[in-house]
Ligand binder design. Structure first.
Ligand code: CA
Length: 718
């Protein structure tokens, strides 16, 4: 009896306090709840604006590291943490979730849903995750394997789980769920692998399925799910359903309580090349659209399509921000959107009507928009029909998933902009081979026409990146802060007239929100991609951000912090904080093994195959970012086991898929020879004096090949 009492008492003492529920009322009032960060974009408006002002333009010089938490992964953190009543919750690679004391960084619990590592094959850009949603005493996470998982917020135990995708299809979830009116909303990704996009809703308490809205039509022979799909199908031609069609909603889903509408940010077509996907033309609804649906039923309400007949991987999946701005003399409730296509779209939330579309970065695919019809004026020749075309923005977009922020104080939208083009070189529709589970674009991704021309694109107009403040009322930039490297992190705006951003060159900075002056810099000792958050515990304001390299652009181009890759971290700052990060190890760069015998033709074959199957993770031209191994610096043991890794799945448990469905041992030999040749090439270049100095203002870590070209062609940034 006494031991039972003690046990009960002990359990009472050891179990965390019951979490105060995140009710619908709390979420509706989240913008005024300065202490907390209750949902992905902080509140339903997704402005990523914290009213906290203790850290401000006058005090930010006193800002210091309060604590850091080191995860056990190096695969990249894209997460936006939630902070609820003094506890921080965040996600990382393979859908691990952590709960920390938000004031001290102390670990409270860790949750690992055991995602099959073979799923990495259909995760386009790493086994990453962008965050959680909260409702009641639960947290929700979309898993790479298509599960929607509910986690007990107090204990970190799984409460329910439901499969939201057909596991046989190449779907993957990386985006944060959203929650409203007792339902959890979740999309998915996988267009390039051959999927058909949709968003599903589930009962938050039980996980019971509520509704599903497909974003592109399926095979008409199977019948259409609803009237919207029947109408959408009239804008397609050919047998698009054989390729999935695409239109995945892989990041932005926004609930608008003022109109009781749910906005879906719909992705690109599958494959990208529209002449393969829909050979008779057509707008291909609802690709690259914002679609408004009823959150209770999933019924279609309205849509606005930004890029009819999308053919450049332009997604409308990027963050949608709700605001009320002065427009033609009256307040107007609008969606602010700066997606891949390079325009800031301002859309009336009541009707879906386009109010403004002005370019925020270099744009060549269209000259502008007709505001009456809402349609772009596409520039001739930019759709790469029969002839390669240099197109801005690139498939990476003028702005990608990295969160932007809007400050109601300054009225400015803060965009992590990317000014970069890419050469699109069509695969003739007759030569196109659809490889489910692999990357399907419909343009050439072999070395000569993809990575080398990617490089050529850089040479003609070097990629640039800015923190860009956009004035939606004047429809123009207010200020631009240039960054030395591309692919920079998400943005936070605060009531302290500050904007915070992490950079790929390893800094975490504070900028004055109204004029763009750089006020404060912290050396993060690794690249930062994620969006920062701000919260308050025990009366003190904190600014926190996830640190870690990875994601599409750094994985493709190797443009990351130039050291070894430390474990990913959360960093939290407060005024007077005095903690310090441990030193980051230098990159290990062992000399490559002897070059195996290979003909020029072998190396060329190896190059083509590498760029088709390996480059999206290990980097074009074998220049990786180190979030997964940079193959130029492979330890000898992996050279000895190269074929077993690629064909037999020797490292499948670590997330390296097997490729025996598309490659044979002769091809793997060619790839290996090419990898070693590239390692020798860059090893030799690194031995040369001075090449790095020639590009020091341009990038911190860049392909030695590009560096050599830059020196050779004496390229100047235009
Ligand atoms: Ca895409």
């Amino acid at each position: 009896m006494r031991s039972l009492l003690l046990l009960t008492l002990a359990c009472f003492l050891c179990s965390p306090a019951l979490a105060k529920p995140v009710t619908g009322e709390r979420l509706l009032a989240a913008d005024r709840d300065a202490d907390n960060w209750l949902s992905h974009g902080r509140d339903y408006s997704e402005q990523r604006y914290s009213p906290l002002a203790e850290v401000n333009a006058g005090t930010v010089s006193e800002l210091g590291l309060a604590w850091y938490f080191e995860t056990d992964t190096r695969l990249g953190l894209q997460t936006t943490p939630l902070v609820i009543d003094g506890v921080m919750y965040f996600t990382g690679a393979w859908n691990t979730a952590w709960a920390l004391d938000a004031a001290s960084g102390e670990l409270l619990w860790k949750f690992d849903p055991d995602v099959a590592r073979s799923k990495s094959i259909t995760a386009c850009c790493g086994a990453i995750n962008r965050g959680l949603a909260a409702w009641g005493d639960l947290l929700f996470m979309g898993a790479l394997d298509g599960r929607l998982i509910a986690i007990d917020r107090s204990t970190g135990q799984m409460r329910w789980s439901t499969q939201t995708t057909d596991p046989a299809e190449p779907y993957a979830i990386t985006g944060a769920p959203r929650v409203a009116r007792g339902k959890v909303f979740i999309g998915n990704g996988g267009s390039e692998f051959g999927t058909r996009g949709y968003v599903s809703a589930y009962d938050a308490a039980t996980g019971e399925f509520a509704w599903r809205f497909y974003t592109v039509p399926g095979n008409p022979a199977d019948g259409f799910e609803n009237e919207a799909m029947a109408r959408a199908a009239e804008t397609w031609s050919g047998e698009w359903w054989r390729y999935g069609g695409g239109g995945t909603v892989w990041d932005s889903i926004v609930y608008d309580p003022e109109f009781n509408q749910l906005y879906l940010g719909v992705g690109n077509g599958a494959p990208h090349n529209r002449r393969i996907r829909s050979p008779g033309g057509g707008d291909n609804l609802f690709l690259t659209s914002i679609v408004a649906v009823d959150p209770d039923t999933g019924e279609y309400l309205w849509h606005y399509q930004q890029v009819p007949g999308e053919t450049w991987d332009y997604t409308a999946s990027q963050q949608m921000t709700l605001a009320e701005i002065p427009w033609e003399g009256a307040p107007r409730k609008v969606i602010l959107h700066a997606p891949k296509a390079g325009f800031v779209y301002i859309i009336d939330r009541a009707t879906g009507k386009l109010l403004s579309a002005e370019p925020y970065t270099t744009v060549t695919w269209a000259s502008g928009y007709d505001l009456d019809s809402g349609r772009p004026r596409e520039n001739p020749g930019q759709d790469y029909a029969g002839e390669p075309a240099m197109v801005f923005p690139s498939a990476m977009g003028g702005h990608n998933w990295h969160p932007m922020a809007y400050s109601p104080d300054t009225g400015l939208l803060y965009i992590p902009e990317l000014d970069m083009g890419m050469l699109y070189d069509e695969i003739a529709p007759i030569d196109y081979r659809h490889l489910k589970r692999h990357y399907n674009t419909g343009y050439e991704m072999s070395h000569e026409s993809y990575s080398q021309r990617f490089t050529q694109a850089m040479l003609r107009h070097l990629p640039k990146s800015h923190l860009l403040a956009w004035d939606p009322v004047r429809q123009q930039a207010a200020w631009k802060l240039p960054h030395p490297n591309i692919h920079n992190g998400g943005v936070l705006a605060t009531g302290g007239n500050l904007v915070f951003q992490g950079t790929s060159d390893g800094r975490f900075i504070a900028v004055q929100a109204d004029n763009g002056e750089l006020l404060w810099t912290f050396e993060a000792l690794n690249s930062v991609m994620a969006g920062p958050v701000s919260y308050r515990v025990n009366g003190e304001q904190y600014i926190a951000v996830a640190v870690g390299r990875g994601g599409a652009l750094t994985m493709n181009t190797g443009r990351s912090y130039p050291t070894g890759n430390p474990n990913n971290r959360i960093m939290a700052f407060k005024l007077g904080g005095s903690a310090a990060l441990p030193a980051t190890p230098a990159a290990e760069r062992p000399a490559p093994p002897p070059q195996p015998e290979a003909t020029a033709a072998d190396l060329e074959q190896g190059r083509t195959a590498f760029n088709r199957y390996c480059a999206r993770c290990h980097g074009a031209d074998v220049v990786g970012d180190g979030s997964i191994p940079d193959l130029r610096y492979l330890p000898a043991v992996w050279h000895e086991n190269f074929s077993a890794v690629v064909l037999e799945g020797l490292m499948e448990q670590a997330g390296m898929p097997r490729f025996d469905d598309v490659l044979d041992s002769a091809q793997v030999g060619q790839i290996h020879a090419y990898v070693i040749a590239r390692a020798h090439e860059d090893h030799a270049l690194r031995q040369e004096q001075g090449w790095l100095a020639a590009i020091k203002d341009y990038a911190t870590d860049i392909s030695a090949r590009v560096a050599a070209w830059l020196v050779r062609f004496q390229v100047r940034d235009d």
